[in-house]
Design a protein around this ligand. Structure first.
Ligand code: 13P
Length: 250
């Protein structure tokens, strides 16, 4: 039985003070939650403050991005040692917003996965199709390409440090959630793909999150699907009560 994992991607929201306030509220409200792993991913500038608040709680810290070199002349980038130093245990890689607005490709995603899975952090690797691709019946082909290329050269051992987040782009921030059936179909496709690439044990072990307009009122149904092992939550993770409701739905 895979343990569910709910992660909050705060995106470009929350100053240091606002992050402290939200983290404090989450810490208090999550005290009795045992059933799922909880991760929050504040912006880089709030990582230290947030880590300080959640260190004596069950909530883990994640970053929204990472660069594959440890240090050097890479203006504006943040390295893995920096994330570790800030208290991160997770890093989101290849979010569709990074692919769409910041030129991330399957190749850069691959380099980042290589970096993170070679450490003791866990990579949350995002994949997903656009509305046009779904309408054209291309969803599985797109996901196949993103995973086959993104995971090139990744070993079975490294797979233990990977979580996949299926985030259909048309469902992100739109209120247009995938139906539980639509999401389950793709999750099962991904699990079978992992099986063909890494074998049955890896496929059975890997956790696959759903992301895209997950809210307190649709979380339970999505999370009850056999191949949905958690959620990557955007908007609803910015409010303590909504995020805790989603975690409780797991
Ligand atoms: P929303 O939950 O706001 O749709 O965002 C989903 C997402 O992109 C999480 O990474």
């Amino acid at each position: 039985m895979r343990r569910k994992i709910i992660a909050g991607n705060w995106k470009m929201n929350k100053t240091g003070a606002e992050a402290i306030e939200l983290a404090k509220a989450l810490k208090v409200k999550s005290v009795n939650i045992e059933r799922a792993d909880m991760v929050i991913c504040p912006p880089f500038t709030a990582l230290y403050q947030t880590a300080e608040i959640i260190k004596a709680s069950k909530i883990k810290l994640g970053a929204q991005n990472v660069y594959w070199e440890d240090s050097g002349a890479f203006t504006g980038e943040i390295s893995l040692p920096m994330l570790k130093d800030a208290g991160c245990e997770y890093a989101i890689i290849g979010h569709s917003e990074r692919r769409q607005f910041f030129g991330e490709t399957d190749e850069t995603v691959n380099r980042k996965i290589q970096k993170v899975t070679g450490s003791d952090l866990t990579a949350i690797v995002c994949v997903g199709e656009t509305l046009e691709q779904r309408k054209a019946g291309d969803t599985e082909r797109i996901i196949n390409t993103q995973i086959s290329n993104g995971f090139a050269g990744i070993t079975q051992e490294q797979m233990k440090r990977i979580i996949i987040a299926y985030e259909p782009i048309w469902a992100i921030g739109t209120g247009m959630t995938a139906t539980p059936e639509q999401a389950e179909d793709v999750h099962l496709f991904i699990r079978n793909l992992i099986k063909s690439l890494y074998g049955a044990a890896a496929a059975d072990m890997i956790r696959i999150q759903y992301g895209g307009s997950v809210k307190p009122d649709n979380a339970a149904e999505l999370l009850s699907q056999p191949d949905i092992d958690g959620a990557l939550v955007g908007g609803a993770s910015l409010k303590a009560d909504a995020f805790i409701e989603i975690i409780k739905a797991a």
